[in-house]
Ligand binder design. Structure first.
Ligand code: F6P
Ligand code: MG
Length: 404
């Protein structure tokens, strides 16, 4: 549990908040997009449309037993909120239940023609294809760093720090605004990105990683697509330069939050890269596939990651697993919200007084897409709020926050 007393949860009924906008407008739009992007039956589409209509005004429907392994757990999670409106229940609960309901409605778990159909597959595939030019440049750069490292024995700090920045900005909301590469020099322009990092503990992280080599590093992964490729490049570098002996990726056991990565998405990503004609891309993906086969890269899934629980409610067996890592890398906005229980903390609260329950040091790499943040200096808040009124939610600002 956090050391500080728990403030209230974010809820959709907060008038004018991004939370309200998400529950009443963004979530219905996501349900309708599932209709448009798939060829589900009319019966399924009618239920999706009715879910979309209910979100702004209606109550949570019960979950039908759809043979999903998490069904009975959801029965327990739902108990306190039965009969309540979507906008009145904690926002993180509303979102996780919404995605779980989409799977029940689309027969994701039921044996039959729709079983295991990812309702968000189209967006995941498009995400991969859209980023290929940046991916080629990134792979080229990783290969160069690894060659330099082996040939000249140069320090791996620069490479590591740059890849941590990539892992951060891969989480950016609008990748079309991506300016990480200057097209003429194929170089990562760190300076232009630094000004958008509101808390930057990157040196603490690189120091931890380079002072002791080897050991295990765990990632709580976020999105498939370009973000996952950036994460995988970091993983490749950690393993190939012996900064880690083993990396665990903690992935979602079923589709959720549209783009969140599952084990099959990692395989799809390495196959997609392997199929590319560019030798630089091929060699990165070949190394990754070898690491998966050799057990140096472990792909792990657990239903806790798709549950509505805060990270401090993590079951003991998972805590014990994470305790084996010397660093936990927590990716993205929704995972950051879970670290904080998706609550209204003071924005200047000390992060270590809240995230004090993990069994190992952690770094959060997150761009801000929701009105939840801690650990910011008052002067930083004042400055960014003046320069960008939607800084908390537009995904253009990032944090690299380390808790030892
Ligand atoms: O906060 C807005 C939102 O769309 C949430 O639904 C969710 O927390 C998040 O963004 C998803 O972003 P990420 O993929 O970075 O977790
Ligand atoms: Mg996500």
């Amino acid at each position: 549990m956090p050391k500080l007393p728990l403030p209230p949860s974010l809820v959709g009924s907060e008038i004018g908040s991004f939370t309200e906008y998400t529950v009443t407008q963004r979530m219905p739009a996501i349900a309708r997009r599932v209709i448009v992007e798939n060829k589900f039956s009319q019966e399924i589409n009618i239920r999706l449309e009715s879910l979309a209509k209910e979100l702004p005004i209606g109550c949570l429907p019960p979950l039908m037993n759809d043979t999903g392994r998490d069904f009975s757990a959801w029965d327990t999670y739902l108990e306190p909120y039965q009969g309540q409106r979507w906008i009145d229940v904690p926002w993180f609960f509303a979102e996780t239940y919404f995605y779980r309901l989409i799977l029940e409605i689309t027969h994701y778990f039921r044996p039959g023609i729709w079983q295991s159909i990812d309702p968000f597959q189209l967006q995941k595939s498009q995400g991969l294809e859209a980023s290929i030019d940046s991916v080629i440049l990134l792979c080229k750069q990783v290969n160069k760093w690894l060659d330099d490292f082996q040939i000249e024995g140069i320090s791996n700090q620069t490479a590591l720090i740059t890849l941590l920045y990539f892992a951060l900005w891969g989480n950016r909301v609008d990748l079309s605004l991506w300016s990480a590469f200057e097209s003429d020099r194929s170089q990562f322009d760190i300076q232009s990105q630094l000004a958008h990092i509101l808390v930057n503990d990157v040196l603490k992280v690189s120091e931890l990683l380079t002072t002791n080599h080897g050991g295990r590093i765990d990632f709580i992964v976020d999105n498939a697509g370009f973000e996952l490729i950036c994460d995988l490049c970091l993983v490749d570098f950690l393993l190939s330069s012996n900064l880690a002996n083993q990396v665990y990726l903690h992935l979602k056991p079923h589709p959720t939050f549209v783009s969140d990565a599952m084990i099959k998405d990692v395989h799809d990503t390495t196959s997609f890269l392997l199929a590319n004609n560019d030798p630089q891309v091929k060699s990165c993906s070949q190394r990754l596939e070898n690491y998966i086969s050799s057990g140096n890269l472990v792909l792990s899934e657990d239903y806790f990651w798709t549950s509505p629980l805060a990270f401090w409610e993590m079951p003991n067996y998972l805590q014990d697993e994470l305790a084996k890592a010397r660093l936990l890398v927590v990716k993205g906005d929704a995972n950051y919200r879970r670290l904080l229980g998706d609550r209204h903390w003071e924005i200047t609260a000390n992060i270590a007084d809240i995230i004090c329950y993990l069994p190992t040091p952690m770094v959060a790499l997150r761009t801000l897409k929701s009105e939840v943040a801690v650990g910011l200096q008052p002067e930083v808040v004042e400055k960014v709020a003046k320069s960008d009124p939607s800084w908390l939610t537009n995904g253009q600002w990032g944090v690299i926050q380390f808790v030892a």
